[in-house]
Design a protein around this ligand. Sequence first.
Ligand SMILES: CC(C)(COP(=O)(O)OP(=O)(O)OC[C@H]1O[C@@H](n2cnc3c(N)ncnc32)[C@H](O)[C@@H]1OP(=O)(O)O)[C@@H](O)C(=O)NCCC(=O)NCCS
Length: 160
Amino acid sequence: MLIRDATAEDWDRIWPFWHRIVSAGDTYAWDPDTPEPDARELWMAPANHVFVVEDEDGALVATAYVRPNYGGPAAHIANAGFMVDPDRAGRGLGRRLAEHVLDQARRDGYTGMVFNAVVETNPALKLWESLGFRTLGTVPGAFRHPEHGPVGLSIMFREL
Ligand SMILES: CC(C)(COP(=O)(O)OP(=O)(O)OC[C@H]1O[C@@H](n2cnc3c(N)ncnc32)[C@H](O)[C@@H]1OP(=O)(O)O)[C@@H](O)C(=O)NCCC(=O)NCCS
């Protein structure tokens, strides 16, 4: 498994699972019908430090981004997003990618990281807690989950 910085050419291999994850509408507070060019702008924005994971066969199986969550005097607080190809989920890739990204964010000069909207039914929440994030608050019923109905969106934070 190789974790490296993304290049523009990687997007075409990110998009299929990006689309699968966002169109499911159960983890990200983004339009499930986000068209491909808008998705590219969101994930590959110039302000984003984008990472990809390749498996031993060179398949692109996961991605993450880190960017400033705020501007100016608060630009040292990061935000990040993570996606593992659903066909490869649950095998430790997300944890290894997150550990790498946290380390890199610290090296890039960030002193903390915020997740703005973790769907409270997402098993990822437990992963973030195990990596040192704590929930600062939850916006009740903010997310219309396709199976569970209105569920909370949690704001999570950890120092780096
Ligand atoms: C969240 C995500 C990045 C985790 O990556 P992953 O490779 O599936 O996770 P891992 O295999 O590294 O598992 C990490 C931990 O989370 C838990 N976990 C992950 N997915 C889980 C699931 N579907 N159900 C229950 N637990 C789960 C595991 O128990 C594991 O704990 P452990 O390391 O102590 O065994 C990935 O599932 C994903 O892309 N999900 C869709 C997008 C998303 O939700 N992104 C995060 C938004 S906040």
